[in-house]
Design a protein around this ligand. Structure first.
Ligand code: BG6
Ligand code: MG
Length: 235
């Protein structure tokens, strides 16, 4: 990418929160499992995998695909989602700075040291709570979350808002994601998609990571080369 004839690479890195910076999946799983159980719905890890990166109400609809009780009104569905969130928030209270891997903090610190502007881009309405409980919030120049957007991923809104808060054009931002919906949102935003975890195998990703510290091998020097062919971390 060029700007006024000068090569411009990535200047901002936007991180998804759940599944990338913190492992809250287990709490989402536990809370949805309890709700599903109360409705007589079978729920397991495979069903939970479909909810990764999916908004709260959309997740509820996926769970209700197996519901065979009397029809539920919109109000009842909202109450169910609130009940799940109440349990989830209770589980989140066990989180603290030790819930974050040391390599995650070291990676954020090194990227900041290299001059990158860092943001969180999460569909979660609990993102700020998680950032506060873990102490991760201090690493970020901007936070774009479920509270500040109207459309969850795969809509690009959350990432476009993050770039705006960073004061950068979308083309100068990379997105680190573990969910297909997030990679889709990053592509739709015109950002450089970086896959980790469940998204590492996604063919749309420019860089594929086995672990977060691998970002440091990609994000150094001239990052304009990242816009070229897809790069893969050696397995
Ligand atoms: C995403 C999670 O980050 O946020 C999803 O991957 C979750 O599992 C979504 O449903 C919404 O989160 P919350 O905390 O607002 O219910
Ligand atoms: Mg995620």
């Amino acid at each position: 990418m060029t700007e006024g004839g000068t090569k411009v690479g990535i200047r901002g890195i936007i991180f998804d929160l759940d599944g990338v910076l913190v492992h809250t999946d287990q709490y989402h799983f536990e809370a949805w499992k309890r709700l599903a159980g109360s409705l007589g719905i079978y729920f397991d890890e495979a069903a939970n995998a479909r909810l990764r990166g999916v908004g709260r109400m959309e997740s509820l609809e996926i769970i209700l695909e197996r519901y065979s009780g009397p029809p539920l009104s919109g109000q009842e569905k909202c109450a169910l989602a609130e009940e799940k969130n109440r349990v989830y928030q209770g589980l989140l209270q066990t989180m603290n700075p030790d819930s974050v891997a040391l390599e995650t903090v070291d990676t954020l610190s090194a990227l900041k040291g290299r001059g990158y502007r860092l943001a969180v881009g999460s569909s979660s309405r609990n993102a700020k709570t998680i950032l506060d409980l873990t102490g991760l919030g201090g690493w970020f120049d901007a936070v774009s979350d479920g509270v500040s957007i109207t459309r969850a991923k795969p809509d690009p809104e959350v990432f476009l808002k993050a770039a705006q808060l960073l004061g950068l054009p979308p083309g100068q931002c990379a997105v680190v994601e573990d969910a297909a919906s997030g990679i889709e949102a990053a592509c739709a935003a015109g950002m450089l998609p970086v896959g980790i975890g469940g998204a590492a195998g996604d063919g749309r990703c420019r860089c594929r990571l086995n672990a977060l510290p691998e970002l440091l091998t990609y994000f150094q020097g001239d990052t304009s080369i990242l816009y070229g062919a897809a790069l893969h971390s050696p397995r």
